[in-house]
Design a protein around this ligand. Structure first.
Ligand SMILES: Cc1cc2nc3c(=O)[nH]c(=O)nc-3n(C[C@H](O)[C@H](O)[C@H](O)COP(=O)(O)OP(=O)(O)OC[C@H]3O[C@@H](n4cnc5c(N)ncnc54)[C@H](O)[C@@H]3O)c2cc1C
Length: 373
């Protein structure tokens, strides 16, 4: 079988991976010289902890397993089973963490409530003040700026994979074939469009308006910390954002302790992970209204800096990079992904939202199974 994959972000790359794994030939088309979208701009968090119970958690857990296996074969993507800590600072936040640990699926996530001293034994860089911390053993990380490149090298080594950069796919032509902007037609037995948050142009033409929206986030990265941050770290604002924490305890937290005004205005939470060079990737904000800002705002960065410094108990290293990224998310956020047959032999797979880096290996596996690859 020959599979044409359009879009070289993580969703497209994982579709190429599963097709090649099953013995097929893949032609992978990307309109940039290298992918430059959400898959490079993200934290690289393989994030199990806040997922909604059911299909979303099952997908994340399966993907976590697949990432670990792929990471062992492709060390360049930087898979680390580091887990995460969410420090809590008052009785209301503690109650939400306790409710999480009492979930029937807590063991599958590797949730455990740690005292502050136990948390510092796991992550000694957390010298700031907090009462306890929610540990999630299943959380992991990869290097987003390196992962697609490392995966591509491994795919090229199979001899069954061709990468065609600098070509924008313009049309679907006939069954299982696309035409690029050089006029070349690429025909196969199946086409998978993994075009991320580019919902106009080709996608609108072949699929019309789909129930997927775009979300913009602000991020930053520091100079090396000078010491290991042995786990990912989230703040208790993440309780307000991720579905796994919905509980009466969360309602009580929201009522008793409104979010900091800057965090509320920009729909923020703190997520932080250390890069292999020692720098910290820190975010994020969420912008839903169009048109999106074209610049980055300082207030959210100042808020994040304050929160991180309060956890680390020390000043943040110099901020070296600031950027924004856009992902595509199903409007019904309980849906893991939008997978649609748009023409004979042509499928569109987009909209995994803020969990696309985590879930893409399992999303692509499901496509491969459903299409009988
Ligand atoms: C700031 C930020 C932080 C995030 N953090 C995390 C995280 O820590 N963990 C997590 O699980 N998820 C995270 N996400 C979400 C995750 O990054 C995305 O869900 C995922 O990367 C989407 O991958 P994709 O391949 O669909 O899209 P993209 O990475 O955007 O790739 C789509 C590709 O398709 C190409 N393309 C589009 N149209 C065409 C065309 N017509 N012809 C040829 N090529 C085309 C584009 O050039 C692009 O390279 C984050 C997202 C952002 C923005």
């Amino acid at each position: 079988m020959k599979v044409i994959v359009v879009g070289a972000g993580v969703v497209g790359t994982m579709h190429a991976w599963h097709a090649v794994e099953r013995g097929h030939e893949v032609v992978h088309i990307e309109r940039e010289a290298e992918a430059r979208g959400a898959s490079l701009r993200n934290f690289g968090q393989i994030w199990v902890s806040g997922r909604a119970g059911g299909e979303e958690l099952d997908t994340a857990l399966r993907a976590r397993e697949l990432w670990e296996g792929i990471g062992a074969r492709v060390p360049g993507l930087g898979f680390r089973a580091i887990g995460s800590l969410t420090p809590v600072r008052n009785a209301h936040e503690l109650a939400v963490a306790e409710a999480a640990v009492a979930r029937p699926d807590a063991a599958a996530r590797g949730y455990k409530l740690l005292t502050a001293d136990e948390a510092r034994a796991v992550n000694p860089a957390l010298r700031g003040a907090f009462e306890a911390a929610l540990w999630c053993e299943r959380d992991a990380a990869v290097e987003p700026r390196l992962a697609q490149l490392a995966l591509r090298e491994a795919l090229l080594a199979t001899g069954r994979y061709t990468f065609l950069p600098n070509r924008e796919v313009r049309d679907v032509v006939g069954e299982s074939a696309v035409r690029d902007d050089l006029g070349e037609v690429h025909a196969g037995d199946a086409v998978v469009l993994c075009t991320g948050a580019w919902l106009s142009g080709l996608v609108r033409e072949v699929a019309g308006e789909i129930p997927v929206r775009r979300v913009r986030l602000q991020m930053m990265q520091t100079d090396p910390l000078g010491e290991p941050l042995t786990t990912s770290v989230a703040d208790a604002d993440s309780f307000r954002y991720y579905p796994a924490y919905a509980s009466e305890a969360l309602d009580a937290l929201q009522a008793a302790r409104p979010q900091d005004p800057t965090a509320a205005a920009h729909k923020m939470q703190l997520l932080m992970v250390q890069r292999l060079d020692g720098g910290l990737t820190i975010g994020d904000t969420h912008e839903y209204e169009h048109p999106f800002a074209f610049d980055t705002l300082e207030d959210p960065y100042e808020h994040l800096t304050r929160v991180v410094e309060s956890f680390l108990g020390r000043p943040l290293p110099k901020i070296r990079r600031r950027w924004a990224g856009v992902y595509a998310q199903c409007v019904d956020t309980s849906r893991v992904v939008h997978r649609q047959r748009v023409r004979d032999g042509v499928w569109l797979v987009t909209g995994p939202g803020g969990r696309g880096m985590t879930c893409s290996p399992a999303i692509a596996e499901t496509t491969a199974n459903e299409l009988g690859w």
